[in-house]
Design a protein around this ligand. Structure first.
Ligand code: BGP
Length: 464
């Protein structure tokens, strides 16, 4: 603070908020007419894959407590909140609307608006309905069409009030985790299938955008991507190439078609060269070209550091992205040891400038940024408040770099953290906590942390 004034002031109308997802917060996994999604199914058959065996039914009970939770958002001056609709709750059989789900989401949206919290509604956050997974999930084009039907239904039901929509959150993650490295169901390791899943997901996003445009509603539709700036170990040509290929696979595979309307030619050549091309249908290219996003959400947690391939090539499972380079451990890196992710605040600035210079300076916002820490009770003071100064510092440093990017002309309109209250994480369940509010998972009580108080002031002053 300089003379009582904020030093880092953000543009007028800047969105300050938090993000969440249906599966990670709602609970009520088998209540209210919801059908199973892949998480419910996977937990049934392999509970040992989840930290301490805690599954998706035991998330933070937002389904029942949303009114109080939204008041808590208002209490800390949040002016926006992103969550996702659960596809298997809204359309349990994939076709017909579940009225209980409509009521629930309608109430949540109304409650948000009544409390001055702008809703950003996302359609897909890793949560394939199980009956669609049984017919191949994203490998099956029929599922792509079903997604377009779901998107259209959601726009028709809620589009009069929701003005900011996103089609997908981190679409590369189900590709990577579910089809390349056995971290998410269906635990496949197969690059050709992964490429098909990625391609069909991209088509699904474009079809949803097309449906939105058809409704002639006056909102905007975007996509949320986890961008991991790829830094080569050195300027050596082979290191640089390895980093560029990682960027093509993990960032540009969705960024370019979503914003520019076409895939990078180098990516297509690479895919062809290794005989990984998915089946295409006439009209696909045009569909992607004519349905680019209005805005971009960016999730940023960590960079990707890459060096040329030095470890022995293992081709027992066919070609994989690891064939093109190795991860590089930067000697100066700082880690969040709880999550095992590098903390590199400048990455957010690099993203801001990349979007400005190479992606038409499209309007974008930080859709997730956060720090997961385990055993936070260690930091509880006598009053019961968690003194999470590390989290405040984490946000401050990221915001400083973001501010610099904005000063230099990047068109960023908001900053949403992960997350509002501690929630269930895909594999780590409740191990790492991210929230402004601590959630006691035994009693479901919520308690504000110090970072929540800090955020309250930042949002109030539109900076710090
Ligand atoms: C992002 C996801 C979120 C959230 C977050 C934190 O990739 O969009 O859903 O989970 O990461 O990661 P984790 O929960 O694995 O610690």
């Amino acid at each position: 603070m300089v003379l009582g004034l904020s030093k880092y002031v953000f543009p007028e109308g800047f969105l300050w908020g938090a993000a969440a997802s249906g599966t990670q917060t709602e609970g009520a996994a088998s209540e209210g007419g919801k059908a199973k999604n892949i998480w419910d199914h996977w937990y049934e058959i392999a509970p040992e894959r989840f930290y301490q065996g805690v599954g998706p039914a035991e998330t933070s009970d937002f389904y029942h407590q949303y009114k109080d939770d939204i008041k808590r958002m208002k209490d800390i001056n949040m002016n926006s909140f992103r969550t996702s609709i659960s596809w298997s709750r809204l359309l349990p059989d994939g076709v017909n609307v579940n009225q209980e789900a409509v009521d629930f989401y309608q109430n949540v949206i109304d409650e948000l608006i009544d409390n001055g919290v702008k809703p950003i509604i996302n359609l897909y956050h890793f949560d394939m309905p199980f009956h669609f997974q049984e017919i191949g999930g994203w490998e099956n084009r029929k599922v792509v069409e079903s997604f377009a039907h779901y998107a259209k239904t959601a726009f028709q039901l809620f589009g009069d009030k929701v003005k900011l929509w996103t089609t997908f959150n981190e679409p590369i993650v189900p590709v990577e985790m579910g089809y390349l490295n056995d971290f998410h169901y269906p635990c496949v390791v197969d690059m050709k299938r992964a490429v098909t899943v990625a391609y069909h997901t991209m088509l699904a996003s474009a079809m949803a955008i097309e449906e939105y445009r058809k409704t002639k509603q006056d909102g905007e539709v975007g996509i949320i991507l986890n961008l991991t700036p790829s830094y080569p170990r050195s300027e050596d040509e082979e290191d640089v190439k390895a980093a560029r290929i990682a960027d093509l696979f993990f960032n540009r595979s969705f960024l370019d078609p979503s914003v520019l309307g076409e895939y990078p030619s180098e990516l297509i050549e690479l895919i062809k060269e290794h005989d990984l091309m998915p089946e295409t249908v006439e009209g696909d290219r045009e569909l992607i070209k004519s349905n680019v996003v209005d805005f971009l959400g960016v999730n940023y947690y960590q960079p990707r550091r890459v060096k040329k391939k030095e470890s022995p090539i293992d081709d027992s499972q066919g070609i994989l992205p690891s064939h093109f380079g190795d991860p590089y451990i930067w000697p100066e890196r700082r880690m969040n040891p709880h999550r095992g992710w590098e903390i590199y605040e400048k990455g957010l600035y690099d993203i801001a400038i990349n979007i400005k210079d190479n992606y038409n300076n499209i309007p974008w916002y930080v859709a997730e940024n956060g720090m997961g820490v385990s055993d936070e009770e260690r930091f509880m003071d006598d009053s019961g408040m968690i003194q999470d100064d590390y989290r405040i510092e984490f946000y401050q440093e990221h915001l400083k770099w973001l501010h610099k990017g904005i000063q230099e002309g990047s068109n960023c309109f908001g900053f949403q953290v992960w997350t509002f209250m501690d929630n269930w994480s895909w594999l780590n369940a409740y191990k790492n906590r991210y929230g402004f509010y601590r959630v006691d998972i035994n009693t479901q009580e919520r308690h504000l942390k110090k970072s929540g108080l800090w955020f309250k002031e930042v949002a109030k002053h539109n900076g710090f």
